[in-house]
Ligand binder design. Structure first.
Ligand SMILES: NC(=O)c1ccc[n+]([C@@H]2O[C@H](COP(=O)([O-])OP(=O)(O)OC[C@H]3O[C@@H](n4cnc5c(N)ncnc54)[C@H](O)[C@@H]3O)[C@@H](O)[C@H]2O)c1
Length: 255
């Protein structure tokens, strides 16, 4: 099939509903010629059901990014479906409730540690688990929420995202010699399961709706997904450690 990602083999994490950013990435990637393997966390039968809504059936491999056995076995499981990987999409985030919604000063370390392990450290873990299948020209892409500012209600997830942004730069540093790129898309607020778990998320929604220069749809995952595809493609061959904002221009505007 012709298209931006013709012939590319992708591993896409993070599909849980058809509103997941990862679902849009997988759908658009298939429509643009890529072969997609999904990973699912927890409710695998649900992920498998959602995967059937993609243009092409996609296999689903179980992956909890905090489980060392899952990570160690990932490359072999992916190899059952494709003979290598050209791109890996990290679309994973989680923080316990204590870490969100204004709980910054009281969240206990155990909860913060979970947020950082799932949302930050996993970027490196996933890339390393997939590395045996990758070669020069390959790309890792993740999703962030602009971590240059402290946002009301985002709290430790904001710290986790700041860490993710740094981790992406370090991955760019350490995998550059192998010709593998690492870039992030900083998306504006989108109504997904992860977003709904943030108490007070509507504050982001109101701010973006009022102020994004290009306007902003809270239910259209496609702009963020398109940017992921572009970064996975051969059209950013000399770009790594970068963060592309897909937020209607909100980040560029003063309060
Ligand atoms: N929705 C937004 O407003 C928004 C904005 C910017 C960035 N993001 C980021 O986009 C990414 C995708 O989130 P989404 O908004 O599509 O929500 P989502 O709820 O659809 O996806 C989050 C995914 O993380 C997975 N996950 C959680 N813990 C995991 C674990 N231990 N191992 C493996 N997977 C695990 C979930 O199964 C789920 O598929 C996240 O990194 C999120 O922070 C979201």
């Amino acid at each position: 099939m012709p298209g931006l990602l013709a012939g590319k083999r992708l591993l896409v994490t993070g599909v849980i509903t058809d509103a997941s950013i990862a679902f849009s990435v997988a759908k658009l990637a298939q429509e643009n010629g890529a072969q997609v393997v999904l990973t699912g966390y927890g409710r695998l039968s649900l992920v498998e059901r959602i995967a059937k809504r993609l243009p092409e059936p996609a296999p689903v491999i179980e992956l909890d990014v905090t489980n060392p056995d899952h990570l160690a076995g990932l490359a072999d499981k992916v190899r059952e479906h494709v003979d290598g990987l050209d791109g890996v999409v990290h679309s994973i985030g989680f923080a316990p409730q204590s870490c969100l919604g204004g709980g910054f000063l009281d969240a206990p370390w155990e909860d913060v540690a979970t947020a950082l392990q799932v949302s930050t450290y996993s970027y490196k873990s996933l890339a390393m688990a997939a590395l045996p299948l990758m070669s020069a020209g390959g790309a890792v892409v993740g999703l962030t929420f602009d971590a240059t500012k402290a946002w009301p209600v985002y709290d430790w997830m904001g710290v986790a995202k700041a860490g993710l942004e740094s981790a992406s730069r370090y991955l760019a540093l350490h995998l550059g010699k192998q010709g593998i790129r690492s870039n992030l898309v900083a998306a504006g607020p989108l109504r997904t399961i992860a977003a709904k778990s943030i108490p007070g998320f509507e504050r982001f929604e109101d701010a973006w709706t009022e102020r994004a220069p290009l306007g902003w749809s809270l239910t259209d995952q496609e702009p963020a997904a398109r940017a992921c595809l572009a970064l996975l493609s051969d059209w950013f061959p000399a770009t790594t450690g970068e963060i592309v904002h897909v937020d209607g221009g909100y980040h560029a505007i003063g309060a």
